[in-house]
Write a protein of this length. Sequence first.
Length: 163
Amino acid sequence: MNSFVYNAEDESATAVLGAALAEVLPDGTTVALCGTLGAGKTRLAQAIAEAVGIDRRDVLSPTFVLIQEHHGRRSIYHIDAYRVRDEDEFEALGPEEYFEGDGLVLVEWADRVAACLPSERIEIRIEVTGPNSRRFELIPIGQRYATVIERLAKVVGDHRSHP
């Protein structure tokens, strides 16, 4: 599967996607979140965190801190590249320590630092389609994640049929 498109009509549908991602993403996955300001990058990160036992209110846009660590049933490292001036500044944050770890690494504004990201990752492009609706395109980058996207499509379908 080359990519998977998920249309969320509202925030509860985004929560379904987040729960499915928390279920299928293997340890050590980097997720590159791309989208305009207000597209829903942080909301999706909150949904993933909530699904692993982290209070979603603790998961804020890390724009000013740049990297936030959250620990639940799984560890989540939430990185924001919005205020990073260039790839050198991003590298100075030491992201490779997180990329090589066992947690899930969620990188907001990942398109700004794409060359610094692991060669194998999942890219999620988020598009605003209405006041509360979003279109998520999930693209596996590298061989490791092709089957993960297939599993995700099945799990999202299962979540929808068994709320």
